[in-house]
Design a protein. Structure first.
Length: 412
């Protein structure tokens, strides 16, 4: 075989191998295109007047409470009310056996009549002796004795009147009356029971629950913050002394009537570090009962330089800190840690972590990471409920059971 022949078999094998390699190279797929820039929706935040509200837990308490107790000893003869019903001030609730007290009154009345008759006699004698002593018909000593007897008789009359008054009071206590108007609870004594004044036997309890108090617990640090911001002028009170209060019941429903603040306790509970804030609510239908657990939203005032961020634009990291993704001037995403101070509708009130003009991402959160380059489009207004659900499918949207708290969208 001619080794110099280019078409010899070894040369053909080499050429075939090169052809296969070139064919394989020519058949390789083309490189992929660079990843497209993700699109997000943003809301530009601006400072402005923002209503400031606070959510506080608490319990209801009656406006007036009267414990009906026995004030005389005796046997209960009758009960004159329906348990759980309405009673009026002065209405008789129980009748205690009055026989012994009626006898005491009759005895005191008789003693008073006797003392009054004695006073009339001694008075007449003193007047006669006054004339006779002037004519030296009786001695001065006899006259002095007559005057002393008149004074003693007058004292006996006064004592008799006091005894009659005491007997009348005790007799009146046998008819046990309601001291206030309200709803009465269960009877704690039955007909035939023996009650004692010395033991102050509790017979029933009457409570006035229209209106009704709501005692709320506020952390002392929050109370201090509120006073500080009012003093600095950053926060303006809605009224001179009162603020509007909205109440939410145990099942999450909003109470129909609004309440007003009454006062804030001046003592901090050392065990809980909280102070009592009392509000008052009308309760004509008796929806609110004493002891119910409720939550209240207090309108503290207006923050003149507040920042509002839609709830879907705020997430929480594993440590619980509130964060937001912000698009900078270079269209890159950065993470901002926020300080939240409350809510206003479906938006968070941000007290720190953002500046006026920052663009907060509210849609497309799941497609971006910090440092990524994005294409941002502005939303003219806060997203609607439907848009929030679409932008944050994992958000808990049961605002009714959140008792007024905004829904926090957790972006994936």
């Amino acid at each position: 075989m001619d080794a110099n022949n280019p078409y010899s078999r070894p040369g053909l094998a080499t050429a075939a191998m090169l052809a296969i390699i070139l064919a394989a190279c020519s058949g390789a797929p083309a490189p992929k295109n660079p990843t497209q820039v993700p699109q997000v929706s943003v809301v530009t935040v601006h400072r402005g007047p923002v209503p400031v509200t606070t959510q506080l837990p608490g319990r209801t308490s009656p406006f007036l409470v009267a414990q009906v107790r026995a004030r005389v000893d005796g046997i209960v003869q009758k009960r004159d009310f329906t348990e759980g019903g309405e009673v009026t001030a002065g209405q008789r609730l129980y009748q205690i056996d009055p026989a012994s007290y009626q006898a005491s009154l009759d005895s005191a009345t008789a003693s008073l009549k006797k003392a009054s008759a004695n006073l009339a006699s001694t008075t007449a004698q003193a007047e006669r002796y006054q004339v006779l002593v002037a004519a030296n018909a009786v001695s001065q000593q006899d006259y002095d004795n007559a005057v002393a007897a008149q004074g003693q008789a007058a004292a006996d009359v006064a004592t008799g009147k006091a005894s009659v008054a005491t007997a009348q009071i005790n007799l009146g206590y046998t008819s046990v009356a309601s001291p206030i108007t309200g709803r009465i609870g269960p009877s704690l004594v039955t007909q035939g029971a023996y009650v004692q004044a010395s033991a102050a036997t509790l017979m029933a309890t009457v409570q006035q629950i229209d209106p009704i108090y709501v005692d709320l617990n506020q952390a002392s640090v929050e109370s201090l913050r509120l006073r500080s911001e009012v003093a600095s002028g950053r926060l303006k009170l809605s009224g001179p002394d009162r603020a509007r209060v909205t109440l939410f019941l145990e099942d999450g429903t909003q109470y129909s009537a609004a309440g007003t603040l009454q006062f804030t306790d001046i003592t901090v509970d050392q065990g809980t570090g909280s102070v009592i804030v009392r509000a008052i609510f009308p309760n004509p239908r008796f929806v609110l009962l004493p002891g119910m657990f409720v939550r209240a939203r207090i309108e503290e005032g207006v923050d003149e330089n507040g920042l509002l961020v839609p709830e879907v634009g705020v997430t929480h990291d594993p440590t619980g800190r509130a964060t937001a993704l912000v698009v900078g001037l270079d269209n890159k995403v950065t993470v901002h840690t926020l300080q939240l101070r409350g809510t206003s509708g479906n938006q968070w009130i941000v007290s720190g972590g953002l500046e006026d003009g920052d663009r907060v991402i509210v849609a497309g959160l799941q497609n971006v990471q910090p440092g990524a380059l994005v294409q941002a489009s502005e939303l003219p207004t806060a997203p609607t409920a439907a848009a929030r659900v679409a932008a944050a499918p994992t958000a808990r949207a049961d605002a009714k059971h959140a008792l007024g708290h905004p829904v926090i969208a957790q972006a994936k």
